[in-house]
Design a protein around this ligand. Sequence first.
Ligand code: ZN
Length: 282
Amino acid sequence: MSSSGERLWTPWRMRYVVGADREEGCIFCNRLGEEDDVRSLILVRGQRAFVIMNLYPYNTGHVMIVPNAHVASPEDAEPDVMSEMTVLRGPVLRSLRRALSPDGFNLGLNVGAPAGAGVADHLHEHVVPRWQGDANFMPILASTMVMPELIPVTYAKLRAELAAELEPDSRVTNVVIADDRRHVLVDAAGRLPQVESLPSEPVWKAAMRDALARGAIDAELLGWAGDRHAGSARSALLLRASFPSNTVLPSGSHLAPVNELLTGRDAPLLRAALQDRVQPSP
Ligand SMILES: [Zn+2]
């Protein structure tokens, strides 16, 4: 391996997931055993394998495809486990391409500690998006990347794309909080808007476009607002937006007080999405 190649893979010898060096047991088995996949950064739960984001990514969008079973090496895994890991690769790569527009990828299995596996006893395949020129500054920064995007934002983008890949009929709800943090954007029927993506349009861009079309002056993606558990397909994105004052919004959309929606049909979704992000009306 060339020296630049060595540098390229060196960060993978370090810890990958939060608390790898101060956590009892296997980090992958532990994450899989938890309920809150948004917190654990699990993007997909399959029958035999799952997809999880790396909290200490080598690059934006660094994810891992991991067997559910605690096996150290491909020859220890049942063939259908390896098959499912392979099957997941397509949706993962397509989702990363749509959400983040990378120019390429590094894909890799590091089997055993000498080969660079940070978690040596639970197999995992790295998928690292790459952009033209990104290798130039990586060696300087060593293990700490300057991340151009916050983890919750990347998580929301990827989870929405993967849900669309794996459940093509799934709908995406737009939870758009106004800057006053007391109002939420609703459609003419008083419901949280559903996002319709154009062909090949990233889901998160469709959500931004939807908010602007409904009258927002600007919009910003904050994170995921759908089901916490990645085994479920209910997608929702959380946005923050500014709205003109004293203006009727297009298409009958309007801003509804958060309190009103917290008793309606969208209440469960809204409660989960908002948590501590809004203030109750006086
Ligand atoms: Zn494990």
